[in-house]
Design a protein around this ligand. Sequence first.
Ligand SMILES: Cc1cc2nc3c(=O)[nH]c(=O)nc-3n(C[C@H](O)[C@H](O)[C@H](O)COP(=O)(O)OP(=O)(O)OC[C@H]3O[C@@H](n4cnc5c(N)ncnc54)[C@H](O)[C@@H]3O)c2cc1C
Length: 281
Amino acid sequence: MDLLTVGTFARPTDDDALRTLQPTLGPDRTLLGGGTWLFSVPQPHLAGVVDLVGLGWEPLVAGVDGLTVAATTTLAQLADVDPSSYADWPAVALFAGCCEALVGSRKIQRVATVGGNVCLALPAAPMVTLAAVLDGTATLWGPHGGSRAAAVVDLVAGPQRSALAPGEVLRAIHLPAAALRARTALRKASLSPLGRSAALLAGRRDPDGGFVLAVTASLPRPAVLRYAEVPAAEVLAADVAALGETVGGGWYDDPHGSPAWRRAMSLLLAEEVRRELGDTG
Ligand SMILES: Cc1cc2nc3c(=O)[nH]c(=O)nc-3n(C[C@H](O)[C@H](O)[C@H](O)COP(=O)(O)OP(=O)(O)OC[C@H]3O[C@@H](n4cnc5c(N)ncnc54)[C@H](O)[C@@H]3O)c2cc1C
């Protein structure tokens, strides 16, 4: 939809220009990633936007220590990464599944950005799931210079509540090589085949046997469980059930699923992930 109150539009083409604009960001002037959310709901408070798309950030940069995904990388670019190009990093196979968990057409995936998905902070944000299970670290540019690093899982404070400071820009997400060497599994539950995720769980089995489970969409904010080895079914079930008591006020409740159903799906999917990544899986 048109945003009729927006009177100023800036499209910086280099980092310095963006950094100059950052102090001007606030409730009435915001960042534009792909705009798939920003232009989907009325924004009567907005007078201006700063578009990130002209910055030309390299979508994916691989190094010995892992893979850095620019915030402006689109979901389509991530989904199109060929896992066979990263033979040492089997976890890359998770990219496409996480992108497909966002139930939008290819048209949406071609413009929706990784940064926009994380910063919007919906419980069903699959880029949060991906980063949560792979120990993703965000680089955040401060509104008045400087930068800080934060675990992506800590950037989601609650539904549509990110922990970014006003004017802060998510520049990139780093996925460490240690996590990318893992085998992974992904499970999703939704009320209809093409519905929004009501529970989205991703698991990781490290070469040293360690097991990590990210529980998302069924909770108001993401949770990560970690074990030195694949836990027994009862242990994992108890830990997943306990998340409903400890994380963000309990199992999430919205038109995409009731709390009781989300709890049940989280338990079911956690066990499926455990079995797939277990030695007998
Ligand atoms: C049909 C449809 C289905 C959808 N399904 C899902 C779904 O299943 N799960 C889900 O999570 N979302 C869903 N969405 C919402 C949205 O499209 C996605 O979350 C998308 O990834 C947002 O990315 P974007 O780049 O378009 O963000 P934008 O709309 O551009 O921005 C979203 C927010 O993030 C901020 N922002 C953007 N980039 C940055 C940055 N680098 N640093 C700081 N702040 C930034 C913006 O200011 C804005 O507040 C859906 C939307 C549609 C239309």
